[in-house]
Design a protein around this ligand. Sequence first.
Ligand code: ADP
Ligand code: MG
Length: 488
Amino acid sequence: MHVPHQKVATLVYGRRPAIGPVSLSFEYSLTDPLFSVLPLSAALIANLESLNYLWMTPIQARSLPPILEGRDLIAKAKTGSGKTAAFGIGLLTKLNPRFYAPQALILSPTRELSAQTAGEIRRLARFLPNIKVLTLCGGQPIGPQIGSLEHGAHVLVGTPGRLQDHLSRGTLSLEKIQTLVLDEADRMLEMGFFDDMVRIIRQIPARRQTLLFSATYPDRIRQLSAEFQNEPVAVSVDEMTSDDQLEQLFYRIDTMTRQKALIRLMRHYRPESAVIFCNTKQCCGELTEYLQDQGFSAAALHGDLEQKDRDRILVQFANQSSPILVATDVAARGLDIKDLQVVINYELFPRPDVYIHRVGRTGRAGKSGLALSLYEKREQHKLDAITKFQGKPLHCETIDQLPDNPEAAMPPLMATLCISGGRKQKVRPGDILGALTGESAIDAATIGKIDIFDFWSYVAIKQDVAERALQRLKTGRIKGRTFNVKLI
Ligand code: ADP
Ligand code: MG
């Protein structure tokens, strides 16, 4: 995929307007790589696509390259960051499906986590024929486990206690293990599994790949790594936990439609600008139309836009003439919008890191921010995942608790004029400013951001003088020339 790397010039000339738009800047960068950049088989990639895994999560992007090179790895990563696919893809690419002996072992702290991990590995393994993934945990009868082991399995997931039990009974051999994963290692230590872990690891051939994942690095984690890993690559993911500057509120909407609930939010909080996230392009389009019908000046930002339209929408958003952006994650990817007042999750995405990524765009650099999210009762699991990820409880209310403010939508402060000349015509912001303010025609304080592109320019202007400014630019001259000017 090609993502253009460019910066849009953002210049405010002269006196800063009293109602001045905050300075927003945009940067496009390739921050979240696609799985398809990795040396993986087409079948594996196709299977990931069928699971809707297109972009790697941060921990996957950092750990998969060394994992696929066969290196040992020590990774600092939290719950919900996508660890399973990181080590799962690694171990599956090395597996020999025709060989019915355990080739990969995942040590996991609890039965529930083992079951989840096994399920995810089975989904990831769909591109291979008949891969058997077996869970070996306590709290379940050991007899059937012994039977399953005799039938042969490729991947084992289990708790250290039960695995040690099998080893001491002689019902399990780890001689053919090639990949050892210590998942949530700090939690296994907390549960008192250190000795079991050491005993298990000692029975695995030294010629193996050892992948260690832990949310924290207490001394005994370092000790395990030093003793059992071979020059591990260390990776970590910046903890994107939101600070106290960011207020996060969740509204349950069982009593009204999502659209009505959103309008209630907008009328109550009356944000000067907001980015509203949808999970799909279709939802993005429908919601934008609905908001427009309700009198809000909203624009949709989705992946199918042409670069020119995308630029225009972003300019209008940044200069406050179209202060509501309805976006998909794909469209907002790599787009760095600073100083956002409000982020709204019209729909929550079923992955906590996506939530953090979305809301992380507000409340930056000491400024206060607000993140509002709508959810239905049946989406409670998404909130649970976010709670776990952030390690703090969420503030939830029902949407009915919010008073219904009947006031109409706020009109945007600014309008945007588009001028048919840009960098190639040597148009500079000062020229536009001069053309507007000459002979005191237009007060400089009513002029907002000026954005210059190659062949056109945009100037933001206060709504009530927009028409006058338009006439002035149409009839007047910029750099001794007349240009086409439109109010957009
Ligand atoms: P962890 O083990 O770090 O707690 P998981 O591996 O269970 O996290 O992943 C959390 C959730 O994110 C799961 O529902 C998983 O299916 C999903 N997921 C993981 N990687 C991706 C990806 N690259 N794209 C989309 N969803 C993903
Ligand atoms: Mg996990």
